[in-house]
Ligand binder design. Structure first.
Ligand SMILES: C[S@@+](CC[C@H](N)C(=O)[O-])C[C@H]1O[C@@H](n2cnc3c(N)ncnc32)[C@H](O)[C@@H]1O
Length: 263
């Protein structure tokens, strides 16, 4: 699948990423009549693949980026497989499990990088019909406290010129703009994603690590611009209201679209 890769520094991203709530996986699993095979696409370090594996006999977890897969967490029911962009459609379909074989496809924080029409054509081939479900989700905004949130907004605005188009066009729009030509299963539909929240206990050090892993910060840095300058960091420290290592409840705003192949 054509798409941009390598936008996160893998080690940093792994430490600082939010964790998707386990109930998301049980909700999705409750929608599929069979639980033999799941495919987690753009799996990265494998967190969604491992979440899904609680409900399916086997999970195929694929990514175009070997650096991500090398750091993925091993699991007896998860098979990590690279899918280089040179792979043709028939090879990809048979690698995953063949036509009509997959009960659940998940794409966590990655579908906006994909060539959507190509990806959806593969989805239509491999999803089990009837019954198979595709779910895509992502997150962007975060809420900590009014003071912190207004600094985050300023920081976010300073990053805007440096984000790739896929992020500004889709993620910043909460996937409302993402084409999603599937039949609704009650968890978001095209133009109307389901709003969700991810709660995480994070220290300011953890949050700053996440910010440092954002590609625009590094793109801007390579152009001589420090978007996380000592002044910006100081602002976040003042707004944190406590030791930088103290943890607080951080709410990430997430959004999901799920659907079946239209009959
Ligand atoms: C932000 S990471 C998300 C990783 C993981 N799903 C998670 O939620 O923690 C996006 C992942 O999508 C992968 N990716 C980007 N373009 C891709 C493509 N065209 N096909 C498959 N994977 C892709 C990247 O290599 C990266 O691992």
């Amino acid at each position: 699948m054509v798409g941009t890769v390598g936008l996160y520094e893998p080690d940093t991203y792994m430490e600082a990423r939010p964790t998707y709530p386990l109930e998301w996986y049980s909700k999705l699993a409750a929608l599929t009549p069979h639980h033999n095979l799941a495919w987690d696409v753009g799996t990265g370090n494998g967190q969604a693949a491992i979440g899904v594996s609680e409900h399916y006999k086997q999970v195929i977890a694929t990514d175009v980026n070997m650096a991500q897969l090398e750091r993925a967490t091993p699991h007896p029911r998860v098979r990590y497989l690279p899918t280089p962009q040179t792979m043709n459609d028939n090879e990809l379909v048979s690698l995953i499990g063949g036509e009509n074989s997959v009960d659940l496809i998940t794409v966590a924080t990655a579908v906006h990088w994909f060539d959507l029409s190509h990806f959806y054509s593969i989805v239509s081939r491999v999803l089990r019909k009837p019954g198979g479900v595709l779910a895509v989700w992502s997150y962007f905004d975060m809420a900590v406290s009014p003071e912190f949130d207004s600094l985050f907004k300023k920081f976010h605005d300073s990053l805007l010129p440096f984000w790739p188009k896929e992020v500004t066009d889709y993620v910043h729009e909460g996937y409302k703009t993402l084409s999603f030509p599937f039949e609704s299963v009650g968890l978001g539909s095209e133009g109307n994603p389901l709003p969700l929240e991810i709660h995480k206990q994070l220290s300011l050090n953890g949050i700053l690590k996440l910010f440092r892993s954002f590609s625009p910060v590094n793109v801007a840095k390579s152009q001589g611009l420090d978007l996380l300058s000592p002044e910006v960091v100081k602002g976040f420290e003042n707004a944190w209201d406590g030791p930088l290592t103290s943890v607080r409840d951080v709410t990430y705003k997430a959004f999901m679209l799920a659907g079946k192949v239209r009959s």
